[in-house]
Design a protein around this ligand. Structure first.
Ligand SMILES: CC(C)(COP(=O)(O)OP(=O)(O)OC[C@H]1O[C@@H](n2cnc3c(N)ncnc32)[C@H](O)[C@@H]1OP(=O)(O)O)[C@@H](O)C(=O)NCCC(=O)NCCS
Length: 180
């Protein structure tokens, strides 16, 4: 089954294509974008590996059980939004986001992630969606909070990244949260 683009007030979210490669790599190569992302910032080698992984994410009903989406505003890519099953059988997923710094501070990432959350709960029938955020990443924490995700836990020194132990905040949203 193909993934039908999702529309929100200002944006369209569609699957990543080969034509997005240069844009996605140029965003993720930036030090500020990659600072709190496990594989970031992308070097040429990492970019090849990461892009191959991303482009294979074509739907929750495919073997990968994941989507890699580009949010566009008036046809211009503004944000990279991903989601993948962490437990396919019980419909638990994780969501991740990165904005193009050229279009930061306009609410595009929040709007795109909100549209994807609607799709995940309404159409993909997810039970739970989580986001994992480094507590130093305050702009990303604000995105999760604007989305209405709940801060559920603070994991201490659980991820070894770029030569240091990093903490992780776990934000979650349940299908049942949306019915209250
Ligand atoms: C995390 C990240 C996506 C946040 O980007 P952002 O531009 O702040 O997010 P949004 O596009 O949702 O914009 C929200 C900001 O725009 C402002 N804004 C302006 N117009 C707005 C509108 N119409 N609607 C909502 N917000 C609006 C908000 O007030 C907010 O600013 P604030 O957080 O300073 O209050 C960005 O910093 C990023 O890409 N970081 C690198 C990658 C990364 O770390 N990803 C997360 C890994 S967990």
């Amino acid at each position: 089954m193909t993934f039908a683009p999702i529309r929100s007030e200002r944006l369209e979210l569609r699957l990543l294509t080969e034509a997005d490669r240069d844009w996605l790599v140029s965003v993720h190569a930036q030090a500020d974008v990659g600072r709190f992302i496990p594989a970031g910032p992308w070097t040429e080698d990492i970019a090849e590996e990461e892009f191959a992984k991303r482009i294979s994410r074509q739907g929750f009903d495919t073997e990968q059980g994941a989507v890699s989406l580009v949010a566009t505003y008036d046809g211009t890519p503004v944000a990279d939004i991903v989601s993948w099953f962490t437990d396919r059988e019980h419909r638990v997923a994780e969501i991740g986001w990165a904005g193009d710094p050229e279009h930061a501070g306009q609410g595009f990432v929040t709007e795109a992630a909100a549209a994807l959350l609607d799709h995940l709960f309404n159409d993909e029938r997810m039970h739970r969606v989580a986001a994992r955020i480094d507590p130093r990443n305050e702009p990303s924490m604000r995105v999760a909070e604007r989305l209405g995700m709940q801060l559920e836990g603070h994991l201490r020194a659980n991820d070894w990244m770029r030569g240091e132990w990093c903490d992780t905040l776990v934000y979650g949203m349940l299908a049942s949260d949306r019915n209250v």
